[in-house]
Design a protein around this ligand. Structure first.
Ligand code: R7I
Ligand code: MG
Ligand code: MG
Length: 364
């Protein structure tokens, strides 16, 4: 009896996990954003959210809260489009929403090259995927813009796994037609989905890594669906080359965890940059590493620890923290995110509303 109620207290409800995922994503974006441009101060980690807030307190007092960036702006578009289309990905509708959102608030820190694609979405297009294919002389963008916004796609039943992978791919291809751009989106989507459907009481880190590797080995294999993304003229593969970037980094996870590698080594080996292959693995690693205490981060709240750790990796701080926050939130639920924290970050109320609407579509 006692054991049963303890287990219930430890395992968040599915609704809480959907909320945690989207609130975690917004929070990581908001808290990481101040450091995306200026860099993290030359110390290893932030300790706790309290010291973190103190450190940038003056700046925040002036603004009243942490503003979200393009990561959240685009994530909200995906969530809204999924809600309006009853859980299905509608590329034309999503492109329209991206275009409108960009016009409405262009100063959210968008990637330099994606802007021309977003502007094109406000015109009449025969093929909404075409502007993205023109990027980088036809090789497409490998930025992490597809991965940073994909969390809502992952919030579906386990039985929808294959359909989810295709939806993740399509959501990415609207702006990122490079192999590494959309494969990173698929990996991040799978990480959120697996976290959502994992039981915290019996979680097995190695099994989690092995499952992600299994998916990416399939995606990165020659002749895989990822390598043969169809184009209207049906004559070529997607831009970019198949490099095995994701499998290579996923295989580093177990040795890095085993030696409890220093955060700087983790950033160097897994990456902390704006490209998808040098940021998605780091976000997933942050979640896995922070399930247990980390030297230098005093927070006893694993979700908070995950976001602080991801920011401490430096580099593309808003995006890595947002992706790590989405995975951790899907695992721990929304309860670890305090009321103060939610008030401090812009847009957590919308994240809760959207998570509830997605829950109602898939799980009610
Ligand atoms: O990927 P994207 O939406 O940017 C997301 C990032 C996140 O960190 C956000 O927080 C925001 O700050 O931006 O936007 P893109 O413009 O498609 O890609 C981002 C950048 O990656 C580009 O501006 C390039 O600097 C780089 N990049 C490439 N560089 C050379 N060759 C992406 N693809 C290429 C490439 O093929
Ligand atoms: Mg951003
Ligand atoms: Mg960023």
């Amino acid at each position: 009896m006692i054991r049963g109620s303890m287990a219930m207290a430890l395992t968040p409800t599915l609704r809480s996990r959907l909320q945690g995922c989207l609130v975690g994503a917004v929070s990581g974006d908001c808290l990481g954003a101040p450091y995306e441009i200026c860099g993290v101060p030359p110390k290893d980690t932030f300790g706790s959210l309290t010291t973190f807030f103190e450190q940038i307190g003056t700046e925040i007092k002036e603004k009243d809260y942490f503003r979200y960036t393009d990561d959240t702006a685009m994530c909200r578009c995906i969530a809204e489009s999924l809600i309006e289309n009853k859980g299905n990905l509608n590329s034309e509708d999503l492109a329209k929403k991206f275009g409108i959102e960009y016009t409405h608030a262009p100063n959210r820190g968008y990637g330099a090259n994606v802007i021309s694609v977003l502007k094109a979405f406000n015109k009449d297009l025969d093929d909404v995927f075409e502007p993205a294919r023109m990027q980088f002389k036809g090789s497409g963008s490998y930025g992490n813009g597809g991965a940073m916004r994909v969390a809502p796609v992952a919030l579906c039943p386990e039985a929808d796994f294959d359909k989810m992978i295709e939806a993740a791919r399509q959501s990415a291809l609207l702006t990122h037609s490079n192999f590494n751009g959309y494969c990173g989106t698929i990996l991040q989507c799978c990480a959120v989905h697996l976290a959502l459907h994992s039981d915290p009481a019996t979680f097995d880190t190695d099994a989690f890594i092995d499952r992600l590797l299994e998916v990416m080995e399939k995606e990165e294999a020659p002749g895989s669906p990822a390598a043969k993304v169809s184009r209207p003229n049906n004559d070529s593969t997607a831009g970019g080359t198949q490099s095995g970037e994701y499998c290579r980094r996923l295989r580093l996870f177990k040795p890095l965890l085993e030696e409890d590698a220093d955060i700087k080594k983790v950033a160097a080996e897994l990456g902390n940059e704006i490209s998808a292959h040098k940021s998605v693995p780091a976000a997933i690693y942050s979640f896995l590493r922070c399930r247990t205490p980390v030297e230098g981060i005093s927070s006893s709240n694993a979700l908070e620890r995950t976001i602080l750790y991801a920011i401490s990796l430096d580099g593309d701080t808003d995006t890595i923290a947002s992706m790590a926050g989405a995975i951790a939130g899907a695992f721990y639920g929304v309860e670890p995110i305090s009321a103060d924290w939610r008030t401090m970050c812009e847009g957590t109320d919308v994240a809760i509303r959207q998570a509830d609407a997605i829950y109602d579509i898939h799980f009610l």
